[in-house]
Design a protein around this ligand. Structure first.
Ligand code: SF4
Length: 375
């Protein structure tokens, strides 16, 4: 089978489910690195991309109860909860923006007390405050689906309104794992995969660039991951609108999925029957998953390795397994992964450090904008 797989990779023919599973289950990581490296070279040569960016997380109060989430709070009165007013958003944007930045990444929660106008006003404020070279990338498909539902409008109507306000791109969050059985166990309130995909299809039709993600290393199997990747590949075949795919490693701290039901921890009584996760995916599984992602998604140009989630060392190593983008400077502006136990509790790197990471791994660092043009 291996000869056939290599030939397909050489000819840019998509690998099928069986071929991907065959590669996933092989022990030799060096073979996966070589094959993923081959595909990476075809897409991106020896380039590793990075950008100067920061995040805005307007609220962590959420009506959903995703069991892998360490970020959410039930209400504004809970410890560690926040919801920014528009005035606070404005002040935050002014404080965090630094000259040279090219992107603000806005994601939050499904906040039951905020309506479509609030989210639109955030985008409008960002557009007013930030220079035009800063791309406004905002809201996961799940947030967009919820705000459109609340406003009684279609995804197309909602996205057009957000675009009129200044929205230019959409991040890839909320995809988690598409398999309905796993989804029901880890994020029962979340709309299904069809909704996530429909928001992205609509965005692509309207000319928005978007990314895609997969949350891995919890209770899903390798087969579930491969199915997820194949579903994304199918959407990309239809629309061509995904710029990058980001494999997101599940982090275990401070969430209901990572705590045994009998520990007296935060897991809810009624959920005691669901499986929990005892340990995070180890380094070999992470690297294997990066390589398989690169190989499965022959039609998505970039594989992003998000350093605030992986840590700097593992991010750097993933460049040898198909990744070509290490994301950005961040400027200590996201708490989603630090609240889940990531190594970086105040994530922020200088552009110089990002260049160092890429070059020490043997690549050429290129600063990009949100559309992978040289910045
Ligand atoms: S992952 Fe998002 S939607 Fe789910 S609970 Fe956390 S903030 Fe809410």
């Amino acid at each position: 089978m291996l000869n056939g797989i290599t030939e397909k990779i050489d000819r840019n023919i998509p690998l099928d489910r069986d071929e991907l599973m065959f590669l996933y289950d092989r022990e030799d990581l060096d073979l996966l690195a070589a094959l993923a490296g081959k595909m990476r070279e075809r897409h991106n040569g020896r380039t590793v991309y990075y950008n100067r960016n920061f995040h805005l997380e307007p609220s962590n109060v959420c009506s959903h109860r995703c069991r892998f989430c360490s970020y959410r709070r039930d209400s504004d009165t809970d410890e560690g909860a926040w919801t920014m007013s528009i005035e606070e958003v404005e002040k935050y944007l002014k404080d965090k923006y630094e000259p040279g930045m090219t992107e603000v990444h806005i994601v939050g929660s499904v906040n039951p007390s905020r309506d479509f106008d609030y989210y639109m006003e955030i985008i409008r404020t960002a557009r007013r405050i930030l220079p035009s070279r800063v791309t406004i990338k905002g809201y996961s498909a799940i947030e967009i689906a919820d705000m459109c539902k609340g406003a009684g409008i279609s995804y197309e109507q909602g996205l057009k309104k957000l675009m009129d306000a200044g929205l230019e791109a959409i991040p890839g969050g909320g995809a988690e794992i598409f398999d309905p059985g796993i989804r029901k166990l880890i994020c029962p309130d979340k709309p299904d995969a069809a909704v996530w995909m429909e928001v992205h299809r609509t965005a692509h039709r309207l000319g928005l660039h978007t990314n895609a993600t997969m949350l891995f290393g919890h209770i899903e199997s390798r087969e579930h991951r491969v199915e997820h990747l194949l579903a994304l590949r199918g959407v990309q075949e239809e629309t061509g609108g995904f710029d990058a795919f980001i494999p997101l490693k599940y982090r275990i701290a401070n969430n209901a999925l990572g705590i045994p039901a009998d520990s007296g921890g935060i897991q809810e009584k009624e959920m005691e029957a669901i499986p929990f996760v005892e340990r995070e995916a180890d380094i070999t599984e992470v690297l294997r998953t990066f390589a398989i992602s690169r190989l499965a998604l022959h039609n998505i140009p970039h594989i992003k390795s998000y350093w605030p989630m992986l840590g700097k060392d593992l991010c750097q190593l993933s460049l040898l397994f198909g990744a070509d983008d290490i994301d950005g400077t961040i400027n200590d502006s996201t708490r989603i992964y630090s609240m889940a136990g990531a190594e970086e509790q105040h994530p922020g790197l200088s552009a110089r450090e990002l260049v160092f990471m890429a070059e020490k791994a043997g690549f050429t660092a290129v600063e990009r904008d949100s559309y992978y043009r040289e910045a």
